[in-house]
Write a protein that binds this ligand. Sequence first.
Ligand SMILES: Cc1cc2nc3c(=O)[nH]c(=O)nc-3n(C[C@H](O)[C@H](O)[C@H](O)COP(=O)(O)OP(=O)(O)OC[C@H]3O[C@@H](n4cnc5c(N)ncnc54)[C@H](O)[C@@H]3O)c2cc1C
Length: 239
Amino acid sequence: MGKVTMNVKLLEMSRNAISLIYVACRQCYSEKFAGEVFLDSSVNIEKQEAFVKSIVASGHQSPLEHVKFTFAIEGVSRALTHQLVRHRIASFSQQSQRYVKEKDFDFIIPPVIERNPEAKNEFEKLMAAIQQSYTKLLAFMGQDNISGEAANQDARFALPQAAETKIVVTMNCRELLHFFQARCCSRAQWEIRQLANMMLDICKEKLPAVFSEAGAKCETLEYCPEGEKFCCGKFPAKA
Ligand SMILES: Cc1cc2nc3c(=O)[nH]c(=O)nc-3n(C[C@H](O)[C@H](O)[C@H](O)COP(=O)(O)OP(=O)(O)OC[C@H]3O[C@@H](n4cnc5c(N)ncnc54)[C@H](O)[C@@H]3O)c2cc1C
């Protein structure tokens, strides 16, 4: 049982991503069949990349849905994943607290609590107490012959939002751009913002033609749509 740190790993992304977006977009306007011109070496990859950049800039986003990224994420709290799964144009597979017993659960400490020694001590004591109670609850249910997932599914009611979890997430490029707009913003909660920035770094490296300008909404708008009260100051608030 203890504190853990966030880890994000790219498991897979669509192969030939640039050509896929390029050919999907071209199909809209071409007499030719995408099935025949896909990976056509007569159109070099630099030209395809420039074309993909131009469609991202123009806001013609539906061809971006053909390319997807799958991430494995660990060292995050249940508080984070509760926010993450609100994004509906995505696929999720999360570690279950029914099938996986939390016999020695790890947890995430918010930085502001961690840097105050008294608060940190209180937090860690609470985590240890919850672990003890969770284990006792399982033992009590065992006396009534309730065990395994049947016991875990009820004992987990005592677990905190700080409990560490692992999740696999798949999003297409259009949804990723939307996710980054919402979650890289300074208004987003610190932990999901950290995750979004780590995913954004990976996307920028793997597919710069789509993601080089991606980030919080203000990065493309060049103003803050959140209003004076919530504006972080990076760009001026919309009057
Ligand atoms: C700073 C911040 C604070 C937040 N605070 C709260 C809060 O206090 N309480 C709370 O409940 N949530 C809160 N949220 C979550 C937020 O309301 C959204 O549920 C979450 O960000 C998912 O965004 P989304 O619905 O745009 O995107 P997704 O679900 O990822 O969908 C992407 C886009 O698809 C379209 N779409 C998807 N489903 C539908 C549909 N059924 N009908 C029409 N169009 C659809 C929309 O255009 C949508 O923007 C907060 C989010 C942020 C970033």
